[in-house]
Design a protein around this ligand. Structure first.
Ligand SMILES: [Zn+2]
Length: 272
């Protein structure tokens, strides 16, 4: 038993006219290359490094990661393969908000990337991948303990571009701040602090403890991929020359978060 087709007629309205819609619809595939071009012409340079779990574990069955691991900064992830790509920020979260993608925590953003790297190879993004913005700096702060080293060099979490302010509190009969100035007390070499001889903070050799330094500095921001928002974003695309349709990857959207909000750190840098 088959259902009858509807045959009821309806009255015309005064504006009724035949539909201009053609019987055959032309192919309306998105031109993926054009979409990539828009992103490439609007975005900023991003250095993408891929995440891999750190193999510095004692045994697989216990999964116990060696404490004080030099390979991964104790985050459990190491990174390989620098690749340059142009990405755009679509939204930056100023406060905790709830949207269709889920919860946006402070310090998260959505970034869109073309389907290919700058060198033309296919780009893919996975959870915990690292994204560094090389052309911009953000202000961060960090506490570190002065440690005398043979080369007078000390590192902070990120490669320092410029120190904004660096200070210790001298404990004595009277509390006093001691401010360190670049070019006088220290220099920045390859992103590290290099103390000028004789200008270092104090070190208590008997207690094996150096003065605690507060440093505000500028460095390139680093983001971690939290989630792929459009996993395997693929469409059909027609080659106008051959009329053949093939599967084509489309630009990708990922949810990112500043890396110190993802990986545990002993001394938290400050807000952006
Ligand atoms: Zn490790």
């Amino acid at each position: 038993m088959v259902m009858d087709k509807p045959i009821a007629t309806y009255p015309n309205s005064p504006t009724s006219m035949p539909s201009p819609m053609p019987f055959n619809i032309p192919d309306v595939s998105v031109r993926a290359e054009a979409y990539d071009q828009i992103l490439k012409n609007r975005g900023i340079r991003v250095i993408h490094r891929r995440a891999l779990v750190c193999p510095n574990v004692l045994a697989l069955d216990t999964n116990s990661h060696t404490p004080e691991c030099p390979n991964c900064d104790n985050s459990g992830f190491m990174y390989y393969g620098d690749r340059e790509i142009i990405g755009t920020f679509n939204g930056n979260s100023m406060e905790k908000t709830f949207e269709q993608h889920g919860v946006w925590e402070i310090g998260t953003a959505v970034m869109t990337f073309p389907s290919e790297y700058a060198d033309g190879t296919e780009a893919d993004f996975q959870q915990f991948d690292r994204l560094e913005i090389p052309d911009f700096t953000v202000r961060l702060y960090e506490l570190l303990e002065y440690l005398p080293t043979a080369d007078n060099t000390q590192s902070v979490r990120y490669d320092i571009e410029k120190v904004d302010f660096m200070v210790v509190t001298n404990v004595g009969p009277k509390l006093a701040q001691r401010i360190f100035n670049v070019g006088v007390d220290f220099n920045i070499v390859n992103g590290d602090i290099v103390w000028v001889d004789g200008k270092q903070p104090n070190y208590d050799a008997s207690a094996q403890r150096g003065q605690v330094i507060a440093v505000a500095y500028y460095a390139n921001p680093i983001y971690i991929v939290i989630q792929s928002l459009r996993e395997l974003r693929i469409t059909q695309e027609m080659d106008p020359a051959t009329g053949m349709k093939v599967a084509r990857r489309m630009p990708q959207e990922v949810l990112v978060r500043r890396d110190f909000l993802v990986h545990n750190v002993s001394s938290l840098p400050g807000p952006a």
